[in-house]
Design a protein around this ligand. Sequence first.
Ligand code: LAC
Ligand code: ZN
Length: 471
Amino acid sequence: MSDIAANFKQVSAADIAYFVKTIGEQYVLTTDSQKDKYSHDETEDLRYMPEVVLLPADTAQISLLMSYCHKQHIPVSPRAAGTGLSANSLCIYGGVMLSIERLNRILDIDQNNLQVTVEPGVITEVLQNAVKEKGLFYPPDPSSKGSCYIGGNIACNSGGPRAVKYGVVKDWVLNLQVVLATGEVMWTGANVLKNSTGYNLTGLMIGSEGTLGIVTQIVLKLIPHPKFNIVMLAPFVSMEQAAAAVAATFRAGITPSCMEFMERDAIDWVCGWLGDVTIPIAPEVRANLLIELDGNDMDMLYRESERLYEVLMGYECGDILLADSDAQKTDLWRMRRNVANAVKTTSVTIEEDTVVPRYHLPQLLTSIKEIGKKYGFRSVCYGHAGDGNVHVRIIKDELPDDYWRNEVPKGVREIFERVVELGGTISGEHGIGWVQRRYMDIKFPDFQLQLMRDIKRVFDPHGILNPGKVF
Ligand code: LAC
Ligand code: ZN
């Protein structure tokens, strides 16, 4: 048993009786068949069965549960939709899995102040559609937006394609209601656009992966929904040329609402997997940029796209496909959003979430492929090129289990070392969770990791919240 778990207590019959009394029998899941779906997320093939899964209804119940588990030293892993890619919400040390799935109401859309108050179990796309009906826009849009929860997006400080123009989740959160490990409830900020009142606890909570508290209500900023967009797919003969065109676009004063990268294999696999999307791509094409421009003036968008064409042509760009209907736009986005799903079906895979300053993207891509060659693994690169954020899906293929477990991580380490050398970091939007924490030393010296552990101890003296995650 590791140090962290030495003081943890197993869930007993008396604990279960308390949980049943507090939230109701039907919301306390104890059988393997009930708990099974909570034993894994979207990360590789990891499985950790919780001792019990709790489905509380509201902040008050979560507060009672936390206060109890704190006193009893029972570990609690908070869980949103389970779409995480770093094993962010698995019960590594057993104990309680606390799902926020029943906290799924949009509480208030404030059209005067352009804000929405929402519970953490609302599906991100449901929230986006609800505010869109009022002409409003919540931009962060992770690829899993149709199934992930806004609470999980906050836990990981998610981004998605639109981050390049509109920023990531942290740029939209004004205020959070949080239940602390001890059961105390606090609001971290205020429902205002400026706030320099004490430490930024809102910022600290965002991206803390449920290790510092459980978010139970969220106030987000909104803006009016842009009226128009243009979507195009630009093909390139090399990954490096595509990547170099990205920084050039921003340097030319053009800020696309999305600028996504997909290497050739990603497109071939996802089209094969989806079955109903056919994109004509010439044989010599090695990479594509999926680009969206948005705004409220169509003429201006056309003028901007002409300027964009000029920039792209400087990088040996082939014939650009301009989506001519909403259906074609949807197809192009379905293709992009399903890359991970498609590649996953071919073999066991792992996904790394590298990010560098965008001008260094070509060097990063070259290095990833070189390191892959050295260690003998294939990878598919895709992601948010405008942010310098490349997802590297590494494919096991026929590699022996032993090699996959022990040698491939050395290659991953080399990739991350290169990322840090280029001025980047080891996760742009997926978080560290359980699987990436072994690489944290590449980015942070010991004293800085210790500083983070010390912060954790202040918020969670018994270390019960989502143990085993981040460091
Ligand atoms: C994506 C997810 C994996 O960009 O972050 O598709
Ligand atoms: Zn992504």
